[in-house]
Design a binder for this molecule. Structure first.
Ligand SMILES: O=C(O)COP(=O)(O)O
Ligand SMILES: [Mg+2]
Length: 229
């Protein structure tokens, strides 16, 4: 389906993009940082394939999943906040030194952003990544110039799937809900868009906790954003 079919033949006035797993394949850097942290704590490395499935709910949840060695860390019954705080500090330090080093842009991103920009769309990023990393990563990937607002996981007291980060970005861009689209790779983005009343395009190439994004309620699901053009 072409994007214009969702908006009565027009392009949406505003497009909000998820970052990790949608614009940028940041999992290689996140895996290095996670494994550096695990090794410093004397634990076994998780590896990139596993870390990929833990990304999408912010850095603290990634660290908690890594410590538990599983996605549903709440059920492991052994939270030690001292270990968590040490792990978090180690992870943040390690990620600061590798952020953007091994990350790559997904196929079709530049083409799609160029097309959206030339159609006059207002463009923003709404990520659950901590702000300390978001703008650096966008700069390193050569993407920063496309976006007039970035809302990170710690910009507001709540993060996706809450709708507030999307509303915050829309307000900053002067966009309206009726004319806006969310693009993301995970159930978190689809839920945030639903909670905000926005249609959503889901990409199949991202992380989504290791599961498929088809059938989760996105209006359009694509293998590449260029399919929307
Ligand atoms: O969990 C993260 O830090 C990544 O978040 P994003 O997929 O919302 O960009
Ligand atoms: Mg994502």
């Amino acid at each position: 389906m072409k994007l214009t079919e969702l908006f009565s033949g027009q392009w949406p006035g505003t497009i909000l993009f998820d970052l990790d797993g949608t614009l940028v394949d940041s999992a290689p850097d996140l895996a290095v940082a996670t494994d550096t942290m695990l090794q410093a704590l004397g634990k076994a490395s998780a590896g990139e394939a596993q870390v990929r499935t833990w990304v999408g709910n912010g850095a603290a949840v990634l660290v908690r999943r890594a410590l538990a060695g599983r996605h549903d860390y709440e059920d492991d019954g052994q939270h030690d906040e001292t270990v968590f705080e040490r792990a978090m500090a180690l992870f943040l330090e390690a990620y600061h030194s590798v952020n953007g080093h091994h990350a790559t842009l997904f196929e079709g991103i530049e083409t799609f952003l160029q097309a959206a920009h030339s159609q006059g769309c207002k463009l923003g990023v709404v990520t659950n990544k901590p702000a300390a990393f978001t703008d650096d990563l966008l700069e390193r990937m050569g993407l920063a110039h496309w976006f007039d607002i970035t809302v990170s996981g710690d910009t507001l007291p709540v993060k996706k799937p809450a709708p507030e980060p999307l509303f915050h970005a829309l307000d900053a861009l002067g966009g309206c809900r009726e004319d806006a689209l969310m693009v993301g790779d995970s159930i978190t983005d689809i839920s945030a868009a639903k909670n905000a009343g926005l249609p959503v395009v889901a990409v199949r190439y991202g992380y989504n906790h290791g599961g498929p994004v088809d059938g989760l309620g996105a209006e359009i699901v694509v293998d590449s954003l260029t399919e929307l053009l």
